[in-house]
Design a protein around this ligand. Sequence first.
Ligand code: COA
Length: 699
Amino acid sequence: MTKLVHVERCDGIAIVRIQNSPVNALSAQVRGDLYNALQSLSKEEAIVGIVLAGSGRGFSGGADIGEFGGPAGSFRAGEDPARVTALIEEIDKPVVAAIHGFALGGGLELAMGCHARVASAQARLGLPEISLGVIPGAGGTQRLPRLVGVSKALEMMLSGRPINGKEAALIGLVELVVDDDPVSSAIRLIKNRQAGDGVGHATRFMQVPGAGKDNQAEIEKARSRATSMGAKSKAALKVIECVAASVGQSFDEGMALEREAFSQCLESPESAALRHVFFAERAAGKLDTPGASGVGKISTVGVVGGGTMGRGIAMSFANAGIPVRLLELTEQKANTAVEAIRLEYQRQMDRGKLKAAEAAGRSALIQAARNEGEIGLCDLVVEAVFEDMQIKLEMAQRLGRACRDGAIIASNTSTLDIDRLAQASGRPADFVGLHFFSPANIMRLVEVVRGKGTSANTLATVVEVVKRIAKVPVITGVCWGFVGNRMLEPYLREVESLLLEGASPSQIDHAIEGFGMAMGPCRMMDLAGVDVVAKVVEEQAKEGRLPEDPLYRIVSRHLASVGRHGQKTGEGFYRYEGRVAADDVDTHSLVQAMAARHDVKQRQDISSEEIVERCMLPLINEGYRLLAEGIASRSSDIDVVWLTGYGFPQALGGPMYHGERLGAAHLLKRLSHYGSTQGNIWNYWTPAAMLAAHAGGNP
Ligand code: COA
């Protein structure tokens, strides 16, 4: 037997274990080995029953996603993924799945093909294929409705969310839930079977429960939900079609439909993008520099600054069970921030998002610090004070003195020079940037900024803790704005140029949201605060970082100077009635006057295509510069930053993936087009050297 499937025989029962570390993915080889093992066991007279289990962390994480994108059709060219379950259903001995850890996707489909299932209470069972833009392809769409009914099956497949063993038992997905080892319970289940009890149920022969008319109503309800599922809509509609077949057609007809629908989804650009996102997120936290001799343990965290950012950061750690001390200018201010956090947890509890005990537990983990000495005892201290170099320099210096030996000091700056701050701390090896995004307790992205002197151990330790608090760490080098904000700059520059040329805020936002961004740039600036946005530009001006272009981002700077600070003041790019934004004649007049003053010719013919291209091309171009400079080490890291921090559409896989799909030659052609229509005085349309090189090699 190969090493990927291990068979053990014990007292007439065979235990077949999948052994494909790290998650027992069902690669073609695993499926082949399983088939052979089961077939030969079915013929062994001494074997009266078979337990199917996984080794290591779980039962199985499903189909090997890496095989989906291989050479054309490589996944389908292998044997039919449903072949193993078809065989199990034919075996005249009980085959029982023993599920621990997780049974996801193809893993759960395999279990559903068994004659019975035993799961540990904490195991996670689900069909998350929708997150990858595909549908279950090994019988899941046919067996799940038969086991749990149409409504629950649709809910599980359309949300992709796993349920635990206890819930699985409640809805009939598993026959038995246990607190201890499911394998021994599965053995007992087989042994306890009375002679003549048969082999258990082959799911394929079951009828989908529920009245036809109720099932039809559920299917219709799901159809209307599926159309608004963005990148996942296509797969969602296919899931629904297959579930409808499970009700109205034979098992074999349903399987044929599922196979065809799975192939169509697999070949869709949305699925390719979502698979890219899956692997990009997992690659993002990988350290590309060896040298870390060990990952330090972070048991306590200090947060300096109790503003919106500081509070969100404190909650992020407490949510993962890590105690936090929060320091403010005075103890009273620290108490106020801690109280505000308690109220936020209370609010989450009131809205049913947290249980009372969880809210109380998390609140209790965050305490006000009385002085720097208390903060200095923590393993990691994150400063989230006002974004001003002088203030941050002073704080770095103070923390360098106050923090105990071996502690890590992090700055939550979104743009400032980490190397200068590290130097000020006097402890560059212990210093790192941790750029959380607002609201920090919700947003998953953290840019981990590695300074020149940041030690390998410091980096490895913070990456580990960022993952522990369920966020996505992306390692970047030091430059203004790191990856995200540096790319945001040329994007917003073009937004403001388009406004000057006559596009309205809603026209721009509509085009960009049509492209798929979660929020248009004008609404985004209004929400962030136009004053805050403008200050970032002014700070760059002070440092001599801006081109000498007199029009550079003058719209936001002017709006800020006349007090139009966005949603919080009721007017910014838009005018607000509560949260509802509407184009405003005053903004229009202000921008028109600015354009006239600077001889910018306004036009009526700005199309959505132009808006999208002019905003996206410079952004992607900047991404190539970041790669060439080594600020980002993988283009997929840039994608993760924009997907998780800026609402870039998942269906497009991130700006770099999208750019690659458009092709370097195309990008170059369009940059050159805008270089000639817009003029290229400030080199805005000059292609990055790396992009030009790509296009050279890819005519
Ligand atoms: N196919 C191929 N590789 C997979 C995989 C799969 N189905 N599931 C996980 N992996 C890989 C990851 O890429 C990662 O590889 P790396 O270490 O080289 O980066 C490794 O397994 C560990 O995965 P990770 O997600 O980091 O571990 P985790 O403990 O946080 O979560 C799972 C484990 C199984 C819950 C999670 O990986 C998961 O949800 N996987 C996808 C399940 C799925 O969608 N299955 C249906 C496929 S159609």
